[in-house]
Design a protein around this ligand. Structure first.
Ligand SMILES: Cc1cc2nc3c(=O)[nH]c(=O)nc-3n(C[C@H](O)[C@H](O)[C@H](O)COP(=O)(O)OP(=O)(O)OC[C@H]3O[C@@H](n4cnc5c(N)ncnc54)[C@H](O)[C@@H]3O)c2cc1C
Length: 402
C-alpha cells in the first residue's frame, strides 16, 4: 500500500506547516475545553476559521470556509495539528452537535443567525435533554412547552446540563404535544440562557468543579420561530444531534493527540533513575494502546470516507461512542498510574487546574468516567449496537413503559 500523499495534499500539508510556523506561538494550550473559551482561544479559533482549518466545509454564507468535503484534507489537517501539538480548534456542544444538526434540519434564518457565531466561539450552547427521571429514557422528557400568543411557554426541569452556568443559548428537548405518543410529542427549541424565568444551578462533580447544572424553567418565553423542523419532530432532531454527540465523544483525532502526550509523559517520568518508557510494565501497556489508537484512527477514516460517499455506516458508526470512551479511559488510566502520587490528589483541584500539566491527566481520568455515561451510557450503547446494529432481539420493556 502506498501511503505517500499525492500532490494536492502535499501542497496542503506545506500550507499548514507554514501556517503553524507563522502563527503557532499564538495557539492556546492543547487540551482543556471545559471552561468558557478565553480571548486567546477565541482569537485562535477565528484565525482557524478564516484559514479553513475549522468550519472548513461549512458554506461561506453561514460563516464557514466553504470547502468541498474531503476526507484526506481533513485527515492531513488533523494530523499536522496533532504532530505540532498545536490547538486544532474548539469542540463543544454547539460546534460539534448543534451546528451539524442545523445545517441538516434548520431553516435558512436559523443557519444564518447561529452557525457563524457558534463556530467562531462567540455563542456557547448547552444541551437541555436529561431530566431527573428521564436520562436513558430520554423520549419520556416531561419539561413542557405550550404555545400562547406567538411564544412557547416552558415549564419544568433539566439536569446534568453541561456548561449551562456560562452558556449563551440552549437547545432544548421538551413536550409540546401531550396528547401524542411519547416519541411524537416532543419538540426541539432554541432559547437564550438570559430568558427571564430560567434558573441554572451549578452542580459540583467529584473534581470539586462546576461542570454541569440543574436548570429550572418557570414560564420561560421562547419565540414561536425558535423551533427546529416543526412541532412533534423533536425526537428526530434530538437523534440527529445525538449521532453527532457520539461521534464527537469518540473522536480519534483527540485520541491521537492524547497518545502523543502520553508518550512524552512516559519519556519524562522516572522511577529510581529509570525512565518509565524503558520499563516493560509501562512499555507493554503503551504499545497495546498504540495499536488500539491506530486501529481507532483507521476506523474513523473509514467512517469519514463512507460519510463523504453518502454511505450510512450503520453499526460501524454506532460503536464510536462506546469504543472511544473506553479507549480514552484506558489512555488516562495509564497516565494516572505513571504519575504515581501526583496522580492522586484531586480534592484540591481548582477551576484553573487544567492549565497545569500533571493535573490535566488527573481531570481527564475522572472526566472519562463521566463520558462513559454522558451522551447515552455504555449499557445503552450496547443495547443500541445489539438491537439496531446486530439485529439481536430487543430487550424486554418494563411493564407500563412504551
Ligand atoms: C459528564 C456528563 C455530561 C453530561 N452532559 C449532559 C448535558 O450536557 N445535557 C444533558 O441533557 N445531559 C447530560 N448528561 C446526562 C447524561 O446524558 C445522562 O446521565 C445519561 O443519559 C444517563 O441517564 P441517567 O443519569 O438518568 O441514568 P439512568 O438512566 O437512571 O441510568 C442508570 C443506570 O442504569 C442503566 N440503564 C438504564 N436504562 C437501561 C436499559 N434500558 N438497559 C440497560 N441499562 C440501563 C444505565 O446504563 C446506568 O448505568 C451528562 C452526563 C455526564 C456524566
Amino acid at each position: 500500500m502506498d501511503l505517500t500523499l499525492s500532490e494536492p495534499y502535499r501542497i496542503l500539508q506545506a500550507e499548514i506547516r507554514d501556517f503553524i510556523r507563522q502563527h503557532g506561538d499564538k495557539s492556546p494550550k492543547v487540551g482543556g475545553g471545559r471552561k468558557r473559551p478565553d480571548q486567546k482561544t477565541l482569537d485562535w479559533q477565528k484565525r482557524l476559521v478564516e484559514n479553513g482549518y475549522a468550519g472548513r466545509t461549512i458554506p461561506k454564507e453561514y460563516g464557514g470556509f466553504g470547502a468541498t468535503p474531503d476526507v484526506m484534507a481533513a485527515a492531513v489537517i488533523a494530523g499536522e495539528f496533532a504532530r505540532a501539538n498545536v490547538y486544532a480548534g474548539l469542540t463543544n456542544q454547539g460546534i460539534s452537535m448543534l451546528v451539524p444538526t442545523l445545517l441538516e434540519l434548520g431553516t435558512d434564518e436559523q443557519k444564518r443567525q447561529y452557525v457563524g457565531p457558534t463556530i467562531r466561539g462567540d455563542i456557547i450552547w448547552c444541551q437541555g435533554y436529561s431530566e431527573p427521571n428521564n436520562g436513558s429514557d430520554l423520549a419520556n422528557a416531561q419539561t413542557k412547552a405550550e404555545l400562547k400568543d406567538g411564544h412557547w411557554i416552558v415549564n419544568g426541569q433539566k439536569i446534568w446540563t453541561s456548561s449551562a452556568h456560562y452558556a449563551d443559548m440552549m437547545f432544548l428537548l421538551c413536550r409540546t404535544e401531550p396528547d401524542k405518543s411519547k416519541h411524537d410529542g416532543l419538540s426541539y427549541l432554541l432559547l437564550s440562557m438570559k430568558s427571564p424565568g430560567l434558573d441554572p444551578r451549578p452542580l459540583k462533580t467529584m473534581t470539586g468543579r462546576n461542570e454541569f447544572n440543574e436548570v429550572f424553567f418557570t414560564d420561560v418565553k421562547v419565540p414561536e420561530s425558535q423551533i427546529v423542523l416543526g412541532r412533534g419532530k423533536g425526537w428526530y432532531v434530538a437523534n440527529v444531534t445525538l449521532k453527532h454527540e457520539r461521534l464527537m465523544i469518540g473522536d480519534a483525532g483527540k485520541m491521537t493527540a492524547r497518545f502523543e502526550q502520553l508518550i512524552s509523559l512516559l519519556q519524562t517520568s522516572e522511577i529510581d533513575g529509570t525512565k518509565l518508557i524503558a520499563m516493560p510494565e509501562y512499555r507493554d501497556r503503551l504499545l497495546r494502546l498504540q495499536g488500539e489508537v491506530m486501529a481507532w484512527k483507521a476506523h474513523n477514516l473509514r467512517l469519514l470516507t463512507e460519510a463523504a460517499q453518502g454511505v450510512d455506516s450503520g453499526v460501524k458508526r454506532m460503536i464510536i461512542k462506546y469504543g472511544g470512551t473506553m479507549l480514552g479511559f484506558r489512555l488516562s488510566s495509564l497516565a494516572v498510574d505513571a504519575l504515581g502520587a501526583a496522580g492522586l490528589p484531586y480534592e484540591s483541584l481548582g477551576e484553573d487546574a487544567e492549565d497545569d500539566d500533571a493535573t490535566t491527566w488527573n481531570i481527564d481520568y475522572m472526566y472519562d468516567v463521566g463520558l462513559m455515561i454522558g451522551g447515552g451510557s455504555t449499557n445503552i450503547q450496547k443495547n443500541i449496537i445489539g438491537e439496531r446494529g446486530l439485529d439481536l432481539p430487543r430487550e424486554p420493556k418494563a411493564a407500563g413503559r412504551a
